[in-house]
Design a protein around this ligand. Structure first.
Ligand code: ADP
Length: 123
């Protein structure tokens, strides 16, 4: 059965948030998987981008949505970027009426979640 969901949101902002989270997941996952999707949870849509990459330690998790936060790791791929992407993504998600958070274990991978109001019609 094909199910079509029409998400009533700002297409450009949603696309920017999702593509940034996927870009990061791919950048920090040398081997393994990146998985993207969403679930309808009551009056919210809960999007997720999960990876099995390098993971993020607890200290960094606390500030990861702040401007210019980057992990100080020797792998040069970790130094690409500006440390602004997640801060901007958080701003966009909040503009859209949702919130964003992270669950991660160092060495095991990361999962980023964000919500949007469930203002949609389903066919
Ligand atoms: P940048 O544009 O530098 O990637 P971000 O704000 O998107 O900035 O990310 C900040 C930092 O958070 C990254 O430099 C990295 O240390 C860490 N990070 C973000 N996403 C992931 C991820 N999926 N796995 C591991 N570390 C991540």
């Amino acid at each position: 059965m094909t199910r079509i969901l029409h998400i009533n949101s700002d297409h450009e902002l949603l696309f920017k948030v999702l593509s940034h989270l996927v870009d990061n997941a791919v950048k920090f996952t040398r081997e393994g998987t990146v998985c993207v999707g969403f679930e309808v949870k009551g009056n919210e849509l809960e999007f997720f981008v999960k990876d099995t990459g390098i993971g993020i330690n607890r200290d960094l998790q606390a500030t990861i949505f702040d401007k210019f936060t980057q992990e100080n790791i020797s792998d040069t791929r970790g130094h690409e970027g500006s440390g602004l992407g997640l801060s901007i993504s958080k701003g966009f998600v909040e503009l859209l009426g949702g919130c964003i958070w992270i669950e991660s274990s160092k060495g095991e991978g990361s999962a980023f979640f964000f919500t949007l109001p469930n203002d949609l019609t389903a066919n």
